[in-house]
Design a protein around this ligand. Sequence first.
Ligand code: ADE
Length: 230
Amino acid sequence: MRIDIITIFPGMFQGPFEHSIIKRACEKGYLDLHLHDLRDYTTDKYRSVDDYPYGGGAGMVMMVEPIARCLDQLKSSVPYDEIIFLTPDGELLDQKMANYLSTKQNLAVLCGHYKGVDERVREHLVTREISIGNYVLSGGELAAAVLVDSIARLIPGVLGDETSALSDSFQDDLISPPVYTRPADFMGWKVPEVLLSGHEKKIREWRMQQSLERTIRRRPDLLREDEEQP
Ligand code: ADE
Protein backbone atom coordinates (compact mmCIF):
# COMPACT_ATOMS: atom_id res chain seq x y z
CA MET A 1 0.00 0.00 0.00
CA ARG A 2 1.12 3.52 -0.79
CA ILE A 3 0.23 6.47 1.44
CA ASP A 4 1.05 10.07 0.50
CA ILE A 5 0.86 12.60 3.33
CA ILE A 6 0.51 16.29 2.57
CA THR A 7 1.61 18.49 5.45
CA ILE A 8 3.30 21.75 6.35
CA PHE A 9 5.25 19.92 9.09
CA PRO A 10 6.84 16.81 7.53
CA GLY A 11 9.31 16.69 10.43
CA MET A 12 6.47 15.80 12.82
CA PHE A 13 6.33 12.31 11.29
CA GLN A 14 9.96 11.46 11.88
CA GLY A 15 9.36 10.01 15.34
CA PRO A 16 6.19 8.01 14.73
CA PHE A 17 7.27 6.60 11.35
CA GLU A 18 10.79 5.62 12.28
CA HIS A 19 9.96 3.10 14.97
CA SER A 20 8.18 -0.15 15.60
CA ILE A 21 5.49 -1.51 13.29
CA ILE A 22 5.39 1.35 10.76
CA LYS A 23 9.15 1.28 10.33
CA ARG A 24 9.06 -2.48 9.83
CA ALA A 25 6.14 -2.25 7.38
CA CYS A 26 8.15 0.23 5.28
CA GLU A 27 11.36 -1.77 5.47
CA LYS A 28 9.60 -4.97 4.43
CA GLY A 29 7.97 -3.18 1.49
CA TYR A 30 4.37 -3.54 2.68
CA LEU A 31 3.98 0.20 3.12
CA ASP A 32 5.31 2.92 0.84
CA LEU A 33 5.05 6.21 2.75
CA HIS A 34 5.71 9.57 1.10
CA LEU A 35 5.74 12.93 2.86
CA HIS A 36 5.04 16.08 0.83
CA ASP A 37 5.75 19.54 2.18
CA LEU A 38 2.84 21.69 1.08
CA ARG A 39 5.15 24.73 0.92
CA ASP A 40 6.92 23.10 -2.02
CA TYR A 41 3.71 23.68 -4.00
CA THR A 42 3.48 27.43 -3.36
CA THR A 43 4.46 30.05 -5.92
CA ASP A 44 5.16 33.20 -3.87
CA LYS A 45 8.48 34.06 -2.28
CA TYR A 46 7.09 33.60 1.28
CA ARG A 47 5.89 30.09 0.43
CA SER A 48 2.46 31.00 1.84
CA VAL A 49 -0.03 28.25 2.49
CA ASP A 50 -2.66 30.30 4.35
CA ASP A 51 -4.49 33.62 4.11
CA TYR A 52 -7.10 35.73 5.93
CA PRO A 53 -10.70 34.48 5.80
CA TYR A 54 -13.12 36.24 3.44
CA GLY A 55 -15.75 38.02 5.50
CA GLY A 56 -13.33 38.60 8.37
CA GLY A 57 -12.95 36.76 11.65
CA ALA A 58 -10.11 35.28 13.65
CA GLY A 59 -7.58 32.77 12.37
CA MET A 60 -6.04 31.96 9.02
CA VAL A 61 -7.40 29.62 6.38
CA MET A 62 -5.35 27.16 4.33
CA MET A 63 -5.51 28.14 0.67
CA VAL A 64 -6.94 25.91 -2.03
CA GLU A 65 -4.21 26.59 -4.61
CA PRO A 66 -1.14 24.88 -3.08
CA ILE A 67 -3.30 21.90 -2.07
CA ALA A 68 -4.81 21.60 -5.55
CA ARG A 69 -1.37 21.91 -7.16
CA CYS A 70 0.07 19.23 -4.92
CA LEU A 71 -2.86 16.84 -5.42
CA ASP A 72 -2.89 17.43 -9.19
CA GLN A 73 0.74 16.49 -9.42
CA LEU A 74 0.31 13.39 -7.24
CA LYS A 75 -2.85 12.29 -9.01
CA SER A 76 -1.07 12.41 -12.37
CA SER A 77 0.95 9.37 -11.33
CA VAL A 78 -1.08 7.70 -8.54
CA PRO A 79 -4.71 6.48 -8.87
CA TYR A 80 -5.92 7.21 -5.33
CA ASP A 81 -8.63 5.09 -3.78
CA GLU A 82 -9.31 7.79 -1.20
CA ILE A 83 -8.07 11.32 -0.56
CA ILE A 84 -8.55 11.85 3.16
CA PHE A 85 -8.75 15.16 5.00
CA LEU A 86 -8.15 14.99 8.73
CA THR A 87 -10.47 17.26 10.63
CA PRO A 88 -12.23 17.18 14.02
CA ASP A 89 -15.62 17.42 12.31
CA GLY A 90 -15.01 14.38 10.10
CA GLU A 91 -16.35 10.84 10.39
CA LEU A 92 -15.03 9.20 13.59
CA LEU A 93 -12.16 6.76 13.02
CA ASP A 94 -12.97 3.29 14.34
CA GLN A 95 -11.72 -0.23 13.72
CA LYS A 96 -14.16 -0.76 10.84
CA MET A 97 -12.83 2.30 9.06
CA ALA A 98 -9.22 1.17 9.64
CA ASN A 99 -10.09 -2.28 8.27
CA TYR A 100 -11.71 -0.74 5.22
CA LEU A 101 -8.78 1.57 4.49
CA SER A 102 -6.24 -1.22 4.98
CA THR A 103 -7.72 -2.97 1.91
CA LYS A 104 -6.84 -0.02 -0.36
CA GLN A 105 -3.80 0.35 -2.61
CA ASN A 106 -3.26 4.11 -2.65
CA LEU A 107 -4.28 6.69 -0.09
CA ALA A 108 -3.56 10.41 0.15
CA VAL A 109 -3.85 12.14 3.53
CA LEU A 110 -4.14 15.90 3.89
CA CYS A 111 -3.28 17.44 7.27
CA GLY A 112 -5.18 20.62 8.08
CA HIS A 113 -4.01 23.58 10.15
CA TYR A 114 -4.96 27.05 11.31
CA LYS A 115 -8.69 27.79 11.36
CA GLY A 116 -9.38 25.23 8.68
CA VAL A 117 -9.01 24.78 4.95
CA ASP A 118 -10.81 26.64 2.20
CA GLU A 119 -14.17 24.89 1.85
CA ARG A 120 -13.49 24.24 -1.86
CA VAL A 121 -10.82 21.73 -0.85
CA ARG A 122 -13.44 19.81 1.07
CA GLU A 123 -16.05 20.12 -1.66
CA HIS A 124 -13.94 19.24 -4.66
CA LEU A 125 -10.60 17.69 -3.76
CA VAL A 126 -11.05 15.21 -0.92
CA THR A 127 -13.13 12.03 -0.94
CA ARG A 128 -13.36 11.44 2.81
CA GLU A 129 -13.07 13.43 6.04
CA ILE A 130 -11.89 11.66 9.17
CA SER A 131 -11.62 12.67 12.82
CA ILE A 132 -9.65 10.63 15.35
CA GLY A 133 -11.81 11.77 18.26
CA ASN A 134 -14.06 14.47 19.66
CA TYR A 135 -11.32 16.90 20.63
CA VAL A 136 -9.35 19.49 18.73
CA LEU A 137 -5.64 19.00 17.99
CA SER A 138 -3.37 21.79 16.79
CA GLY A 139 -3.21 20.20 13.37
CA GLY A 140 -3.86 17.04 11.42
CA GLU A 141 -0.32 15.60 11.70
CA LEU A 142 -0.76 13.67 14.93
CA ALA A 143 -4.13 12.46 13.70
CA ALA A 144 -2.51 11.31 10.42
CA ALA A 145 0.12 9.37 12.36
CA VAL A 146 -2.64 7.66 14.37
CA LEU A 147 -4.57 6.86 11.19
CA VAL A 148 -1.52 5.44 9.39
CA ASP A 149 -0.61 3.31 12.40
CA SER A 150 -4.14 1.90 12.67
CA ILE A 151 -4.05 0.97 8.95
CA ALA A 152 -0.44 -0.26 8.67
CA ARG A 153 -0.77 -2.94 11.32
CA LEU A 154 -3.69 -4.47 9.39
CA ILE A 155 -1.84 -4.91 6.09
CA PRO A 156 -1.36 -8.67 5.69
CA GLY A 157 2.21 -9.66 6.55
CA VAL A 158 3.03 -6.55 8.59
CA LEU A 159 2.50 -8.19 11.96
CA GLY A 160 4.64 -11.29 12.37
CA ASP A 161 1.76 -13.36 13.68
CA GLU A 162 -1.17 -12.95 11.27
CA THR A 163 -3.66 -13.59 14.01
CA SER A 164 -2.47 -10.83 16.29
CA ALA A 165 -4.35 -8.04 14.52
CA LEU A 166 -7.44 -10.21 14.29
CA SER A 167 -7.44 -10.68 18.06
CA ASP A 168 -7.13 -6.94 18.74
CA SER A 169 -9.74 -5.24 20.86
CA PHE A 170 -12.60 -3.92 18.69
CA GLN A 171 -12.03 -6.38 15.82
CA ASP A 172 -15.17 -8.28 16.84
CA ASP A 173 -16.66 -5.40 18.83
CA LEU A 174 -15.21 -6.88 22.01
CA ILE A 175 -12.50 -5.62 24.35
CA SER A 176 -9.48 -7.95 24.56
CA PRO A 177 -9.21 -10.20 27.65
CA PRO A 178 -6.51 -9.50 30.27
CA VAL A 179 -3.02 -10.87 29.59
CA TYR A 180 -0.25 -11.88 32.00
CA THR A 181 3.37 -12.98 31.80
CA ARG A 182 5.95 -14.20 34.31
CA PRO A 183 6.15 -14.29 37.28
CA ALA A 184 2.99 -16.26 38.12
CA ASP A 185 3.01 -14.69 41.59
CA PHE A 186 4.25 -11.13 42.11
CA MET A 187 4.14 -10.16 45.78
CA GLY A 188 0.95 -12.17 46.21
CA TRP A 189 -0.69 -10.80 43.00
CA LYS A 190 -1.47 -14.06 41.25
CA VAL A 191 -2.07 -14.93 37.60
CA PRO A 192 -5.51 -16.60 37.20
CA GLU A 193 -5.12 -20.34 37.75
CA VAL A 194 -6.79 -21.29 34.44
CA LEU A 195 -4.00 -19.62 32.40
CA LEU A 196 -1.43 -21.86 34.08
CA SER A 197 -3.51 -25.02 33.61
CA GLY A 198 -2.43 -25.76 30.01
CA HIS A 199 -6.09 -26.62 29.27
CA GLU A 200 -6.62 -24.92 25.89
CA LYS A 201 -10.42 -25.18 25.75
CA LYS A 202 -10.85 -23.81 29.27
CA ILE A 203 -8.43 -20.98 28.50
CA ARG A 204 -10.36 -20.07 25.33
CA GLU A 205 -13.66 -20.07 27.25
CA TRP A 206 -12.20 -18.00 30.08
CA ARG A 207 -10.85 -15.43 27.62
CA MET A 208 -14.18 -15.12 25.82
CA GLN A 209 -15.98 -14.74 29.15
CA GLN A 210 -13.51 -12.04 30.24
CA SER A 211 -13.90 -10.22 26.91
CA LEU A 212 -17.67 -10.19 27.24
CA GLU A 213 -17.63 -9.09 30.88
CA ARG A 214 -15.13 -6.33 30.18
CA THR A 215 -17.08 -5.08 27.19
CA ILE A 216 -20.34 -5.00 29.16
CA ARG A 217 -18.63 -3.20 32.05
CA ARG A 218 -16.38 -0.78 30.16
CA ARG A 219 -17.78 -0.33 26.65
CA PRO A 220 -21.44 -1.38 26.52
CA ASP A 221 -21.80 1.00 23.56
CA LEU A 222 -19.86 -1.50 21.39
CA LEU A 223 -22.49 -4.18 21.98
CA ARG A 224 -25.37 -1.78 21.43
CA GLU A 225 -23.83 -0.57 18.16
CA ASP A 226 -23.91 -4.15 16.98
CA GLU A 227 -27.59 -4.56 17.89
CA GLU A 228 -28.46 -1.46 15.91
CA GLN A 229 -27.05 -2.88 12.71
CA PRO A 230 -29.71 -4.19 10.27
N1 ADE B 1 -7.28 18.03 13.40
C1 ADE B 1 -7.49 18.66 14.57
N2 ADE B 1 -8.14 17.90 15.43
C2 ADE B 1 -8.37 16.70 14.81
C3 ADE B 1 -9.01 15.50 15.17
N3 ADE B 1 -9.57 15.34 16.38
N4 ADE B 1 -9.06 14.51 14.28
C4 ADE B 1 -8.52 14.67 13.06
N5 ADE B 1 -7.90 15.77 12.65
C5 ADE B 1 -7.82 16.79 13.51
